[in-house]
Design a protein around this ligand. Structure first.
Ligand code: MD3
Ligand code: FE
Length: 216
C-alpha cells in the first residue's frame, strides 16, 4: 500500500493557518458529527438533495440542498441566492441551532467575531463526484468569511490563487475538519478532486460538506 495525502492528518484537534486568511481547524467538528448528520437528514427530508444545472447546461455531479434564510441555486438563468427552494416552492428549512453555533464558534476560533451565517449549503459527493475550480462571489460582503465542515469520506481540496491560472495546492480534508476562509483567501479559486470509492462508518459511501455563508 502506498502513502497518500490522508496518512498524516491529526486525530486530535489542531489549528493551522494554511494561507493568509485561511485557518484549518482539524477535527473541530468530530465530537458533533453524528448530531450534524442527523440534522442534515432532517433538512434533506424537506429540501431534497438535487443535482442542479449550471447556466451552461451541465448537470453538477455534487448533489446540493440548503438551509437558512437564503439558499444558493443555479439554473439556466444563472447563479444566485434566493429565499425559497425552487424544487418545492417553499422557504428553505430553518438553519439548525447546532449548525449556527458550530459556524460561529469556528469563525471565532479563527479570529472572526460575530459571524452570523444566513445561508448553509449542503453538498453531498458520491464516488466520482467533484467540483471544478471556482470562486464564491455571489455573496454581498467579502469581508465575511465562509466556514466549511467536512463529514464522511475524505476528499482532496484544491486551493488555487486569485487567478484561475494559478496552480492549486492540494489539501486533504477529512471527517470532522473545519476550515475558515476569510481575508485574502476569501476570493481564491478552489474546488475538490473526484471522490474516491470508500465507506465511512457514519455516512457510508459519501462525503458531506457544509458551507456557512453570510449571503446578504
Ligand atoms: C475557499 N465547496 O460549496 S469547501 C462550495 O468541498 C465549495 O464542497 C467545496 O467550494 C466542497 O462553494 C469546498 C471549502 C471552501 C468553501 C468556500 C471557499 C473553500 C473556499 C470560499 C473561498 C475560498
Ligand atoms: Fe466554493
Amino acid at each position: 500500500m502506498t502513502a497518500d495525502l490522508f496518512d498524516d492528518l491529526p486525530a486530535q484537534p489542531s489549528s493551522e493557518a494554511i494561507a493568509d486568511g485561511a485557518v484549518v481547524l482539524r477535527q473541530f467538528a468530530s465530537t458533533q458529527a453524528e448530531a450534524l448528520l442527523a440534522a442534515i437528514n432532517r433538512v434533506n427530508a424537506s429540501a431534497p438533495l438535487r443535482h442542479m444545472q449550471t447556466p451552461g447546461g451541465h448537470t453538477m455531479s455534487v448533489a446540493m440542498s440548503c438551509c437558512g434564510e437564503l439558499g444558493w441555486v443555479t439554473d439556466a438563468r444563472g447563479y444566485r441566492y434566493q429565499s425559497t427552494d425552487p424544487h418545492t416552492g417553499e422557504p428553505w428549512p430553518t438553519m439548525p441551532d447546532s449548525f449556527r453555533e458550530l459556524a460561529g464558534d469556528a469563525a471565532q476560533a479563527a479570529g472572526y467575531r460575530d459571524f452570523r451565517p444566513d445561508a448553509c449549503l449542503i453538498n453531498r459527493y458520491e464516488p466520482g463526484a467533484k467540483m471544478g475550480l471556482h470562486q464564491d462571489k455571489d455573496e454581498s460582503d467579502f469581508d465575511q468569511p465562509i466556514v466549511s465542515v467536512s463529514l464522511g469520506l475524505p476528499q482532496v481540496f484544491q486551493f488555487g490563487g486569485l487567478k484561475r491560472s494559478d496552480r492549486p495546492v492540494k489539501i486533504p480534508l477529512a471527517h470532522g475538519d473545519v476550515v475558515v476562509w476569510g481575508g485574502a483567501a476569501r476570493l481564491r479559486y478552489h474546488g475538490v478532486l473526484t471522490l474516491k470509492n470508500g465507506s465511512h462508518p457514519l455516512t457510508g459511501a459519501c462525503r458531506y460538506n457544509l458551507t456557512f455563508r453570510r449571503a446578504r
